[in-house]
Design a protein around this ligand. Structure first.
Ligand code: ATP
Ligand code: MG
Length: 462
């Protein structure tokens, strides 16, 4: 992948990724507002070690008092102290609850113990922290040698700073939660995009086609049904399109590449097929036949889809007779079935649907008919059924000189296209290339705009 591909990838998905992340952040905000807040209150206890002979501030003494502070910190949350605190608080919260909601720890490098109590009520949190701190001196007093009444001989603790009711809760933290939601949303969206891109086996652009080792003949954008047109009967035809329409331009470009490939491969009879249904075989065959005819070639379009003939729709021709009718006549009578569309283009429609297409296609008569039909023309384009799932396209293969494939963006998958390419190759007929049908419309418009602008400027300079 080039840097440009990465840039396009970012452009394609940026909006979705941003929306997904914002949605996750909004969900985090909503959930945070639904959570009940928890407050934390803090009391500080100072530990004084008993005087001893070497009361000087030696390293040993400082270490000893700090380890004493750590020991006492553990005692703050001992079951006895918790039980006593619970009793003072009237039995609620109980020891188990206190065990989960209070903590005590020595403040590093000091002789201070920090007593923390959490509660949904800020005042109650302060009350619990203070109770634990207030009853602690008596507990420590009891724990020391009885009879050593001299205070100097005892370690003492006292409440250095009582807890006050906190103003703001420690949980939930809206800012942190929203930021986490945003980051999580971003990570999930980016991972999802990476997965989609990794598993996307659709044929979307030129690179996807060239990666299969076949020539790319050009792309045709997805045309919109014109306003007022009947959706059921409308077909994207360049005959119907207004002059200068982007559709005409894109088919002209494909036609230029195709004309070159036809000459280079010495191909006169060209089969147009695709892996599956509805990928634009008939549309491509009809429009390319018209574009080739416009480039002053004598062209015959044959509707070779004996199951679902469609070519007549592109030229508003009747289909009461056509290819299937030619089986009953002599070669001399064939021209009678051919319709004329303009000076250079002739069309042989499909005719009535045949009950036995495979038999017709494999018959000797069909071979003779196609060569007789092709005789007076420069190029014969045959619109054919899909390659996969039906024998028809394979039966057409011996009757033609070369094959053109159509892939539809958003519909054709890599696997079936590969299978189709392999089938064409096994038929030993040259594959002239693949036309990408239904490419990105915006890109085509942008291109057309640039082209039109440059052209106009040149004219006006004259
Ligand atoms: N470039 C395009 N822009 C807009 N619509 C298109 C385009 N190409 C094809 N279509 C529409 O898609 C549908 C299928 O196209 P088409 O009949 O050419 O496909 P097909 O491969 O010949 O189908 P089938 O396998 O049934 O013969 C038609 O309705 C056609 O109008
Ligand atoms: Mg068709």
């Amino acid at each position: 992948m080039t840097l440009r591909d990465y840039f396009q990838l970012v452009r394609r998905w940026a909006l979705l990724v941003v929306l997904g992340s914002l949605l996750a952040a909004a969900a985090a905000y909503f959930l945070t507002t639904r959570m009940s807040p928890v407050y934390q209150a803090r009391a500080l206890i100072l530990v004084n070690q008993r005087d001893n002979a070497a009361s000087a501030q030696t390293v040993d003494n400082i270490n000893a008092s700090q380890s004493l502070t750590k020991t006492y910190a553990l005692l703050v949350t001992s079951t006895i102290n918790l039980q006593r605190a619970s009793d003072v608080l009237g039995g609620t919260p109980g020891v188990d609850t206190l065990d989960k909601t209070v903590s005590a720890a020595a403040v590093p490098e000091t002789q201070l113990i920090e007593v923390l109590a959490e509660n949904k009520d800020p005042g109650r949190a302060a009350e619990i922290a203070n109770t634990l701190a207030n009853i602690f001196p008596a507990y420590i007093d009891e724990a020391q040698l009885p009879g050593s009444v001299d205070r100097a001989q005892k370690n003492t603790v006292f409440v250095a700073e009582p807890a006050t009711a906190p103003d703001s809760p420690i949980r939930p933290n809206k800012k942190v939660n929203v930021a986490l939601g945003l980051i999580l949303g971003l990570v999930v969206m980016v991972a999802a995009v990476a997965l989609v891109e990794y598993f996307d086996d659709g044929i979307n652009d030129r690179d996807d086609i060239e990666a299969l080792g076949v020539p790319f003949l050009g792309s045709v954008f997805e045309a919109a049904v014109p306003r007022g047109a009947d959706k059921a009967t409308w077909v994207p035809s360049i005959i119907e399109a207004a002059p200068g329409d982007t559709l005409i331009e894109s088919y002209r470009q494909v036609q230029a590449s195709l004309a070159f490939a036809l000459t280079a491969g010495d191909v006169k009879v060209l089969l147009v097929t695709s892996p599956g249904q509805g990928e634009g075989k008939s549309t491509t065959a009809a429009n390319l036949a018209e574009a080739l005819a416009e480039s002053s070639k004598k062209v015959l379009l044959i509707d070779g889809d004996l199951r679902k003939p469609d070519a007549h729709r592109y030229f508003s021709l009747p289909n009461s007779s056509g290819l299937t009718s030619t089986f009953l006549v002599d070669p001399q009578a064939l021209p009678a079935f051919i319709g004329r569309v303009g000076d250079s283009l002739s069309v042989l429609t499909g005719g009535p649907v045949a009950p036995n297409p495979t038999e017709l296609l494999s018959s000797r008569k069909m071979r003779a008919t196609i060569s007789a039909l092709a005789e007076p023309y420069d190029v014969v384009v045959i619109d054919c059924p899909p390659m996969l799932g039906l024998a028809d396209a394979s039966l057409w293969m011996p009757l033609v000189d070369g094959v053109l494939l159509v892939a539809r963006r958003g519909k054709t998958r890599r696997g079936p296209l590969e299978e189709t390419i392999a089938a064409v190759r096994s038929g030993h007929k040259p594959l002239l290339g693949v036309v990408l049908n239904g490419s990105d419309r915006k890109k085509s418009y942008k291109y057309a705009y640039r082209y039109g602008y440059g052209y106009k400027a040149k004219n006006s300079e004259r």
